[in-house]
Design a protein around this ligand. Structure first.
Ligand SMILES: Cc1ncc(COP(=O)(O)O)c(C=O)c1O
Length: 392
């Protein structure tokens, strides 16, 4: 769908959206236009009216694909990591408290685990069973000490999708929080945020946006029960419009300023935004909304079905969920038992067939990761299957 917007197909059969998305032509053009304008009128392009409108436009588009409200959306740093760090740092944890993490998760979780372990927090790691987790088993691990569950919604290695609403409800019963990394999920299907306190994601993969944006969605419960950890000038409630504030000759450091409460914006770092990235993001979101998130989901799952059938015909081992409820646009499979041998196939697909996929592994599982997004067509899947037949 709208394939002509994606120049990557001029070079490759592209199945690597889980690594990085290809920004559509219209987003790149919009950034070029912005930079051209910036040369002539830099002041206009950093006025609060100008960027407030841009951010409002992003939020308006984002709430069509994520169940949220504009007040719950913050722009936090330049990728997923600072958004996760911000969420985690906003929760009050004490020595002896516990955080639950998942062994298949992305290395951001390794870093958070290290950080909190150094502060005396216990880290409980849930082990996958052949790439899967059972929600009821996860819930049975929660106890009075558990304060946070930190997890991806779709796991990066094999695309397994966790039922977060169920787990979120369970941790709330213990007055804890759930922090979700949704970068491998948002943009593939409508994202239901019920019972999720924090949702962190960069925009550079499934949201097809140029780099350098982190988004943090903070639900009403978390806005009430946690504290923004970053104190920046843009987070301050200065009691007057910004233009007036700049001119106010009476302002001094300790003037009873407060960090704004009750909106996700107060979780932002408070420095100036990466405006070119914001502009690119608007156009990518608009394009996705032009198609519609449900159509995008159906297209991904139609192609996924064709791929799974083809892999089964080739007798290849699939280490992603087959059940659609647990599945996503990420399908990982193996030609060989030894994970490393499969990575050679990744190389050959690239070199001999100009097909881009990834080799990925963690916590005992791994293989050839194919990620399917709406710009892909059936012909791409057939080319991949044909190449695999030749390499087998
Ligand atoms: C689950 C997950 N989280 C985070 C990231 C990347 O983090 P950041 O956006 O901070 O670079 C990736 C990228 O591969 C990922 O798969």
């Amino acid at each position: 769908m709208l394939r002509e917007e994606f120049e990557v197909f001029n070079r490759y059969v592209y199945f690597n959206w889980a690594s990085v998305g290809d920004p559509p032509k219209r987003s790149v053009k919009a950034i070029e236009n912005y930079l051209e304008e910036l040369k002539n009128r830099p002041e206009d392009l950093c006025s609060s009216t100008y960027y407030t409108e841009i951010i409002d436009n992003i939020k308006k588009n984002l709430i069509k694909i994520v169940k949220s409200k504009k007040e719950n959306i913050g722009i936090v740093g330049n990728s997923t990591t600072p958004a996760i760090q911000t969420a985690m740092n906003s929760i009050k944890l004490e020595k002896g408290d516990e955080i639950i993490v998942f062994d298949l998760d992305f290395p951001t979780v390794y870093a958070e685990s290290l950080k909190w372990k150094e502060k005396g927090i216990n880290i409980r790691v849930i082990k996958n069973k052949n790439g899967f987790y059972d929600e009821d088993e996860v819930i049975s691990e929660i106890n009075n000490k558990t304060k946070v569950i930190l997890t991806s919604s779709v796991f990066w290695v094999n695309g397994f999708k966790l039922d977060l609403n169920k787990i979120g409800k369970a941790i709330h019963d213990y007055d804890g929080f759930i922090v979700v990394d949704a970068i491998q999920h948002i943009g593939q299907e409508y994202f239901n945020t019920d019972n999720i306190d924090f949702i962190a994601f960069g925009t550079q993969k499934w949201l097809l946006s140029p780099f350098s944006l982190g988004i943090l969605i903070v639900n009403d419960r978390a806005l009430e029960l946690t504290n923004p950890p970053n104190y920046g000038y843009l987070n301050l409630d200065v009691g007057m419009p910004w233009d007036q504030f700049w001119e106010d000759a009476n302002k001094i450091p300790l003037n009873n300023y407060k960090i704004r409460k009750g909106i996700a914006q107060s979780y932002e770092f408070g420095g100036f935004y990466s405006v070119p990235s914001l502009i690119g993001f608007i156009y990518s979101l608009e394009l996705m909304n032009e198609i519609g998130i449900d159509k995008i989901r159906d297209h991904i799952f139609d192609l996924r079905k064709i791929l799974i059938e083809g892999l089964n015909e080739l007798n290849l081992e699939i280490i992603s969920p087959i059940d659609e409820r647990e599945g996503s646009g990420i399908i990982t499979f193996k030609l060989y038992k030894d994970v490393q041998e499969n990575y050679k196939i990744v190389e050959e697909l690239n070199k001999k067939f100009l097909i881009k996929v990834s080799g990925r592994g963690a916590a005992g599982i791994g293989g050839i990761r194919v990620s399917i997004h709406f710009p892909n067509e059936e012909i791409d899947v057939l080319k991949l299957l044909d190449a695999l037949k030749k390499l087998k």
